[in-house]
Design a protein around this ligand. Structure first.
Ligand code: CTP
Length: 412
């Protein structure tokens, strides 16, 4: 059999969707590890039939079939041999839109009608083999979010079966985080969560987010009432405001504590910030979220209400918030705080474009307090902790000046 090489997977899909192609994956039919190595390809891992091209370093995988012999990832067996056909290789893939191959002259080979599903904006599994890899439940929600596609009924039914059989318990933290992180990059990340919710996967994977749906908030401040709906609006507003996925993740976590508010105190959520902190920490630990995501999400869980309450805060509380975010040395962290606050405010129907005077006012506090440096106090002979104490006092004085300016503007 002569060797044939095809472009496959995301590259063909993205090209058909008219979006930028990032990674190119190739499948090689009619070859063997020895032949690949003889052509200068480098093996990726010892036993896996994937190779890197000697000059482009793109991935070339030998056509393979796969079979699961036990639950989870341990019992995954593959068969990569010269007699495996392109159709067989495409059949083991997750979705029809990801199972289209392209020859070097541009001809498309599409045995599972992926092009039709792209036209119809449908995510459909190729074969029952879909169920062999639980990460696909997350991938499909991520594609639903990224492309605004819907999931075929038969695929949704299969996903439900996978959840019922406990397949998602085999997902490892790294893969959950990887998919969540990619989903946060979508224009409307809420679609990822609503898609997971429809199949029941949200409850299985992110119960602290699932629990927010159906929890009421006071209508006066939250016309949407439902906390889950609010958080979805906030995460989409965050995505509109910034590409920064740390902000988007913090938006997801900020109100988690509202999911565990005692029923007899609803629709108020007294002390939800402290519960948000605990739930955010537990979530981050479980899915192994990177440290910088966790740090910011925890800070924002604690302080997000301070943006809305700024005009009622004492000067020393304002300074405490600024210090918590290390706003003088790391102004970018303060921006992340303000952006999440903005998304939180705009994530309510009717408030999407409202003025939020607190944002500029908080920025003013930070900027004026930042002008207070250690130098004059050192020159005046202060030493050790006395310098920092004097700086804090002076910063509070400056913030109080801003507060009296606000009062004057309000009364004039
Ligand atoms: N694939 C699969 N099941 C998975 C992962 C990947 O069937 N769990 C197949 C799909 O055919 C996919 C291809 O391998 O298109 C390449 O996978 P990957 O590079 O991880 O994803 P892409 O589909 O290229 O998507 P993205 O653009 O998000 O990376």
């Amino acid at each position: 059999m002569t060797e044939q090489i095809y472009l496959v997977g995301g590259a063909v899909r993205d090209q058909l969707l008219g979006i930028e192609v990032k990674d190119k994956d190739w499948v090689v039919v009619g070859s063997s590890p020895d032949k690949m190595l003889a052509q200068g390809f480098q093996a990726v891992g010892k036993d896996f039939p994937v190779f890197l091209h000697p000059s482009t370093h793109e991935e070339y995988a030998l056509a393979r079939t796969e079979r699961k012999t036990a639950p989870g990832y341990k019992g995954f067996q593959f068969h990569a041999a010269e007699d495996v056909t392109l159709e067989q290789d495409l059949q083991r893939r997750d979705l029809t839109i990801n199972a289209i191959a392209q020859t070097e002259d541009g001809t498309l080979i599409d045995p599972y009608n992926g092009q039709q599903d792209i036209k119809d904006k449908i995510l459909r599994h190729v074969s029952p083999a879909f169920a062999e890899d639980p990460v696909r439940v997350l991938r499909i929600a991520r594609f639903a979010a990224r492309f605004d596609f819907t999931i075929a009924d038969e695929t949704q039914a299969l996903i439900k079966q996978m959840i019922e059989s406990g397949e998602l318990e085999y997902l490892v933290a790294e893969r959950v985080w990887q998919e969540l992180d990619k989903a946060l990059g979508a224009d409307k990340p809420s679609r990822f969560f609503t898609s997971l919710r429809e199949s029941g996967a949200l409850k299985a994977l992110f119960p602290e987010v699932d629990r927010l749906f159906g929890v009421p908030q006071p209508e006066k401040w939250h016309p949407e009432i439902d906390t889950g709906v609010h958080v979805m609006l906030v995460i989409d507003q965050a995505a509109k405001l910034t590409q920064d996925k740390i902000v988007r993740f913090a938006a997801l976590c900020h109100d988690l504590g509202k999911g565990t508010t005692p029923a007899d105190t609803l629709p108020r959520h007294i002390g939800h910030e402290a519960r948000s902190i605990d739930l955010t920490k537990a979530l981050c630990k479980r899915i192994k979220a990177p440290k910088e995501y966790q740090e910011m999400a925890v800070l924002i869980a604690e302080y997000h209400t301070h943006v809305h309450l700024l005009f009622e805060l004492k000067a020393n509380t304002i300074l405490k918030v600024l210090n918590a975010f290390d706003a003088f040395r790391r102004p970018e962290r303060f921006q992340q705080f303000l952006l999440t606050g903005e998304a939180d405010s705009r994530g309510r129907p009717g408030y999407e474009t409202s003025a939020i005077p607190e944002l500029a006012a908080f920025q003013q506090c930070r900027d004026t307090a930042a002008k207070i440096t250690a130098q004059p106090f050192v020159e005046a002979g202060l030493v050790g902790p006395a310098i920092s104490e004097a700086m804090q006092k002076q910063r509070i004085i400056e913030i109080k000046k801003r507060q009296s300016d606000w009062k004057k503007t309000n009364s004039s």
